[in-house]
Design a protein around this ligand. Structure first.
Ligand code: 9UX
Length: 69
């Protein structure tokens, strides 16, 4: 069953940051779709991806993430 994960993301300051975070999240196993917003900084991910893997991907891309739901 597809799960939805909401992340709060901090450290994104421009539209390219949003694209970087989106690509990083899309590369995580189990992600079906993702929308990333700059203001407020966040992401909504649909799929079966492990939540810690999602946070790790955003962190590796250079931003900070925490679960928002
Ligand atoms: Mo914009 Mo973000 O020039 O990591 S890409 S600040």
């Amino acid at each position: 069953m597809a799960d939805t994960t909401h992340l709060k993301i901090t450290g994104m300051t421009c539209k390219h940051c949003v694209m970087n975070a989106k690509k990083a999240i899309e590369a995580v196993a189990g992600v079906d779709s993702v929308e990333v917003t700059l203001e407020p900084g966040g992401a909504v991910i649909v799929g079966s991806a492990d939540k810690e893997n999602l946070i790790a991907a955003v962190t590796t891309a250079g931003y900070e993430a925490e679960l928002a739901n």
